[in-house]
Design a protein around this ligand. Sequence first.
Ligand code: PLP
Length: 406
Amino acid sequence: VFTASRVAAAPEDPLFGLAKAYREDPSDKKIDLGIGAYRDNNAKPWILPVVKKADDAIHNDPNLNHEYLAIGGLPDLTAAAQKLVVGAESPAIREKRICTLQTISGTGAVHLGGLFLSKFHPLKPTIYLSDPTWANHNQIFTNVGLNIAKYPYFSAKTKGLDFDGMVQALQAAPTGSVVVLHACAHNPTGVDPTQEQWRAIAAVMRERNQFPFFDTAYQGFASGDLNRDAWAIRYFVEQGFEMCVAQSFAKNFGLYGERTGAFHFVSAPGSDASEANAHIASQLAILQRSEISNPPAYGARIASRILNDPVLFAQWEEDLRTMSGRIQEMRRGLRERLEARGTPGTWDHITSQIGMFSFTGLNEAQVQTLRSKWHVYMTKNGRISMAGLNTNNIDYFAEAVDSVVR
Ligand code: PLP
């Protein structure tokens, strides 16, 4: 029988624990570098001006109601989400080889894909995750009953990609394995393969008949250029891979709490591809129905309005450049300050890494001192959210890092 008192307490989620400690610190110098959400130069959440505009228009729409969306979500959103990720001119769209369901943001998309593979993949494949990866990948894939394994990704020595380690691991992984790839702005390291490296990764995966599962949570947010940030996914589609894509609109629209995202299954080209893809869509719809019935409407309406209106779309691109530009400025500013101080070590990785996060190379003891002595909050693996830095705290942070490194 079930005995409630036998259920052991679970450990606190490390990121939410960090956020709590930050909130409770009374110091006026404190800096939050843990949170994975964009902050403006005053360390405040930023509502994208284009999102505000779309939101106002929706509020004033006399036809708005609160009916359920379809099981697959808002069709205008899912169609636009496909184009955004694979490119409007992609043969995969023309040949009806992609099915898309709106999901509970990127997390829900990863989950739906994991659940689908766990139910329908004939081999119960092992899912290969980068070491390190977004911590939730481990939990989500384990929860749906899949085995997970790691491939090397980050080199502590260069603070860049361990390309050789990664390729060797893929060569050694069983044929047919599923490989989770971060499309851009890898979380937590900020390290992405170059286009040449992506080509080589694709070549190995093709040879080993491996299955890519792309996670794209930062399109447009990383470089400020939506196409550039989608390059790897589009390259794999061009190469004819069958694959999953989990897409989040949390960061690039600043719609974190609205839980807006999409899951795509792309079938490989072939005469029966569109029929096979329709079968997959029908099975995904059943899974979705049993899990969430249908996805939330609010964020989907906002994102859809922006994606489908050329004027709003252009303004969105401008807002993306504002966010990515501020982050790039903070990267340059931090590196400059550390180098000017002669802080021991090399700091070029701060500017070569991309996106929300930087893997600083600070060790756990240094992170601990930053917290206890300097009121700087970051995860113990040395990751900082660049969005937590601004012109008011960057000097103080550089001074703090310099002091703990010496
Ligand atoms: N995947 C990666 C790599 C992420 O970094 C995140 C967010 O931090 C997500 C997925 C999903 O986030 P959300 O569920 O908020 O869209």
